[in-house]
Design a binder for this molecule. Sequence first.
Ligand code: MN
Length: 254
Amino acid sequence: MLILISNDDGYFAPGLAALVEALRPLAELIVVAPETNRSGSSNSLTLDRPLSVRTAANGFLYVNGTPSDCVHVALTGLLDRRPDLVVSGINDGQNMGEDTLYSGTVAAATEGYLFGLPSIAFSQVSKGWTHLDAAAAAARSFVERFIASPLAAPSLLNVNIPNLPLSELKPPRVTRLGRRHPSEPVVRSSTPYGEPVYWIGPAGKAADATPGTDFHACADGAVSVTPLRFDLTHNAQLEPMREWIPTEWIGANR
Ligand code: MN
């Protein structure tokens, strides 16, 4: 069993170190993580320059690119064999609802999933690493479960873990993604040279945190696990769209 581990907070992040320590007894591990904090980088790949892979003193490999770059490079040439599982995290902060579209933590796992590998993203709900040991233990229990009973279908799991001591952490609930309000406004400021700058504000508050959502489970102190997929087709709109296209249209006759 070989597990590829990445994150988006950078190779030096406490959440990554805790995850590695928790999983070390379970499998052979290889860490390929970004050189800097690339939170919010989504699924971006670096295409305008080559990437370097360097080795930290603790053996972690780090890449001057995005989380997706890390997993992509690992799976397409860096590793001499295919991992059995890709794990990302533990992120400093929640990835619930629409966060999943922006998240580099989820993106690192998604990159594994797109290459046909089972993948799990782990995030702590609140920033600051409180009760990181409990989050690491929860992550370990997911990986133990996966090793004991691999999922049949290709799977991409998004796991959010409340910052609670292990004794207070409720067992995993399978959830759907909730919804957020739009992000808070940008912070407008200026450089010392008078140029206006805009700092993108934090994510919006939960808009759908009803029972069954990731928001609801975590607010109740439970670990949330949401299976994700990446077919963005809006199937219910296919037929209305066909009707929306006018019968008279430029170009070739029908
Ligand atoms: Mn992050």
